[in-house]
Design a protein around this ligand. Structure first.
Ligand code: 13P
Ligand code: SF4
Length: 334
């Protein structure tokens, strides 16, 4: 049942309402406040931490999240987490990653069907087949994969550290899975030979070079693209980077106008940090990320389901691959 409206919500959440009104249609904000208030109360009651990926809608990202960031930041936060309950507002592989890195924590995902086309593109049997075909080549797997696939891998990476992890393997040839476009981008930045798979992100693969050029020519915007976009789109971009690298680039460049060629919520969530920059939105929505809503976060905290679990034998092997990625980030040899 929807939590009731109270007039005091507007004063209790004045700062948040002001932020959200700059990002959402203003009539939507009073609809969100009762849910936000009820979720905050349940969080306290359950001792829960809410983690949200940068592709979550502003009412989630700004309204209820305790930790926000890209998939690397969420993995690091999960590894350091001492809460009893984590609600992962993102897609299923992110919740699995949290569970693998924090096995003592109850990890919940508000909609268990929030998947990912990249994670669906490859199975553990595919990884074993590639190993047999390329004996001795280590396997580096993007975190956008199932726990079963991570368990077959030597190390994981995210789009923020892919080149670093590939080079840390110390091999001339690396099997890099499963995103073909991210793989091609990494290959352009290293001497290591990469064996690629044909996985694609259904959100980023649909961007075209013509759209990117239009954003630049029509709006005089600088272009920033996620490495999951096709190579001809990346060729148009002023900067290519993961969601966290996009924020760092904006910090450095402070452009007057920018087009973020990625999921739509990314620009919404960065806009408050960069009030002097105008964000053009040649963006696509990720249907999986958008399955997460305030009502299902509320239901998940109330009922403590759906819980994400990973069989222990799989978790042990997948954790080794994830921990090697985190070790590279700390500058350790792996
Ligand atoms: P990041 O690794 O940049 O957070 O991206 C995750 C993702 O799902 C991109 O589509
Ligand atoms: Fe997967 Fe693409 Fe959605 Fe990211 S944006 S979760 S890679 S489908």
């Amino acid at each position: 049942m929807k939590p009731a409206w109270r007039d005091e919500l507007l004063t209790e959440y004045a700062g948040l309402a002001d932020k959200l009104e700059r990002l959402l249609p203003c009539l939507e904000v009073p609809m969100h406040l009762p849910w936000i208030d009820a979720i905050q109360a349940l969080k306290r009651e359950r001792g829960a931490v809410v983690m949200a990926h940068s592709y979550q809608s502003p009412e989630i990202f700004h309204g209820v999240a305790d930790v926000t960031g890209d998939s690397l930041a969420l993995a690091q936060a999960a590894a350091d987490c001492d809460a009893g309950v984590v609600v992962l507002c993102g897609v299923h592989f992110m919740a699995e990653t949290a569970k693998i890195l924090a096995p003592h924590v109850k990890v919940l995902i508000p909609d268990a069907l929030a998947g990912c086309s990249l994670a669906d593109s490859i199975t553990a049997a595919d990884v074993r087949m590639l190993r047999a075909r390329h004996p001795g080549a280590p396997v580096v797997t993007y975190v956008n994969t199932s726990a079963d696939v991570k368990a077959e891998s030597d190390a994981c990476c995210t789009s923020a550290n892919a080149v670093q992890v590939v080079e840390a393997m110390g091999a001339d040839k690396v099997i890099f899975l499963p995103d073909r476009y991210l793989g091609a981008h990494v290959a352009s930045q290293t001497d290591v030979q990469l064996v690629l798979w044909d996985g694609r992100c259904e959100v980023h693969e649909t961007f075209t070079a013509a759209q990117a050029r239009h954003a630049r020519e029509r709006f005089d915007a600088r272009l920033v693209a996620h490495p999951e976009c096709p190579p001809e789109v990346l060729a148009e971009a002023d900067f290519v980077g993961s969601t966290s690298a996009m924020g760092a680039w904006l910090e450095r460049e402070q452009p007057e106008r920018v087009a973020l060629i990625t999921e739509c919520s990314m620009a919404d969530n960065l806009r408050l940090r960069f009030p002097a920059t105008e964000f053009i939105k040649p963006c696509n929505l990720c249907p999986h990320m958008k399955r997460i809503t305030l009502p299902n976060i509320h239901a998940c905290l109330r009922d403590l389901v759906p819980e994400v679990t990973v069989p222990e034998d799989v978790a042990i092997r997948a954790r080794r691959a994830l921990e090697r990625m985190l070790a590279v980030g700390r500058g350790e040899r792996i």
